[in-house]
Ligand binder design. Structure first.
Ligand SMILES: [Zn+2]
Length: 429
């Protein structure tokens, strides 16, 4: 799907739906705009329910100031217009007040974008604009001053955030990434001390390249593979909707009965992945013309070493990741179901999964199906795709429960004696 070919009004509907369905705006809050090639600005309307906008609700403001549409333009229209005037490279502006970013806005702090790799690249240098009355020219000027410095992401004191970018999809990715960083940091601070990536690790992650694999021509696809591709796409979307993946992060793979495996592509918005985008890996070669996830070598090593593993997920959900970016270890012995599904989850140093994939593959076993990588990700292995997905959900739910429980009282863990009884009763090796 060529998203940039959609009409500006449809792009606004698509992105507002994503923002609203992810819980990142209220019915009345937030506004989006797109600068069309002919100088028209398309903007979301004032005073219309953000949960049910249609293309006919969008308002067009022509370069000469003429307003066309069924509603008034958003009351925040002044700052959208001034950002376009001051930064000709910006073609879309997004503004919202999601709860986690609001928390930062009201204490006037900027979320850490170096708890995990790449967030700082996606968001760039983030600035804070001084408070002013919503809808005022003064607020517009305060925001524009920050965009003048070259920043594309500007937090607003006691208000929210504004993101400008070359198109509305890129603006959304930066907005979603910053919101993820804010949620992750809040969770991690509830657990203990946060540990950002060191300069050395940032450097290492910058030099991470796509795997250089030879290509092969896929001549035909078995019905098993067709079904696996379709199911994988369904689960990728479900992971996205459950907020286990963001649009730019999260990888699935599954082994097929002929020994090949399929894996999600690199750099594609997880919300729009289709069966055709999935990449087949066969005898160490990739399907011609496609770009598999950069973690493809790690998947290959794990499958080669572990015949019992048929699916792998790499993800970054904000509760389990809070343990990967703080000094607190995750202990699954909170309820029997968590221990049975997850067993003990080790935390390994940043970089080990991609610098030494063969060595890392040894970490995975039937006794250790889930591994946390510091400041990077959680890696989950399963007998099947749905089994790995279930494990990922259990890990995220358990982590969420532990983080909340710390506010409620002291956590009582299942004892060693009871753990042994669980192992016997459920035949855990
Ligand atoms: Zn606002």
């Amino acid at each position: 799907m060529k998203l940039e070919l959609m009409h500006p009004a449809d792009q606004l509907v698509t992105i507002m739906e994503r923002i609203y369905s992810c819980g990142m705006t209220t019915t009345s809050g937030g506004n989006l705009s797109i600068l069309d090639d002919n100088g028209d600005i398309w903007i979301t309307p004032a005073g219309v329910d953000k949960g049910s906008l249609t293309r006919n609700d969008m308002v067009r403001v022509s370069a000469n100031g003429k307003i066309t549409g069924n509603h008034r333009p958003s009351s925040e229209w002044p700052f959208h217009s001034i950002v376009y005037k001051r930064r000709p490279d910006i073609k879309a502006v997004l503004h919202a007040h999601p709860p986690a970013l609001l928390s930062f806005s009201i204490v006037r702090k900027i979320p850490h974008t170096r708890l995990i790799p790449n967030a700082d690249i996606i968001c760039g240098d983030i600035k804070m604009a001084e408070y002013e009355l919503p809808g005022s020219a003064e607020l517009g000027e305060n925001i524009a001053k920050m965009f003048d410095t070259g920043s594309n992401v500007v937090m607003l004191e006691n208000h929210g955030v504004v993101v400008g970018d070359k198109d509305i999809f890129s603006a959304f990715h930066a907005f979603e990434t910053l919101d993820f960083c804010a949620r992750l940091e809040i969770n991690a601070l509830r657990l203990g001390n946060i540990k950002p990536l060191t300069e050395k690790y940032v450097e290492i992650s910058r030099n991470k390249n796509n795997a250089l694999l030879e290509e092969f021509e896929a001549k035909s696809y078995s019905s098993e593979e067709r079904e696996a591709r379709m199911k994988m796409c369904e689960l990728v979307k479900r992971s996205y909707n459950q907020r286990l993946f963001t649009s730019t992060q999260g990888t699935f793979s599954e082994r097929l009965s002929d020994g090949a495996f399929i894996i999600t592509p690199y750099g594609m918005d997880r919300k729009y992945i289709t069966p055709d985008d999935i990449v087949r890996i066969e005898d160490g070669k990739k399907e011609r013309g496609k770009n598999p996830s950069r973690s493809v070598i790690l998947h290959r090593e794990i499958y080669a070493r572990h015949p019992e593993v048929n699916s792998i997920i790499i993800a970054h959900p904000p509760n389990i990741m809070a343990f990967a970016v703080s000094d607190t270890d995750f202990d699954s012995k909170i309820i029997p179901e968590s221990y049975i599904m997850l067993r003990d989850i080790p935390k390994v140093p940043f970089g080990s999964s991609f610098l030494q994939p063969a060595l890392f593959a040894k970490e995975i076993s039937p006794q250790t199906p889930v591994v946390l990588v510091e400041n990077d990700c959680v890696i989950v292995a399963g007998e099947s795709l749905i089994n790995a997905f279930d494990r990922l959900e259990v890990a995220e739910f358990s982590a969420n429960a532990i983080i909340s429980a710390r506010q409620v009282g002291e956590i009582v863990k299942i004892s060693e004696y009871e753990t042994e009884r669980i192992k016997t009763a459920f035949n855990l090796k």
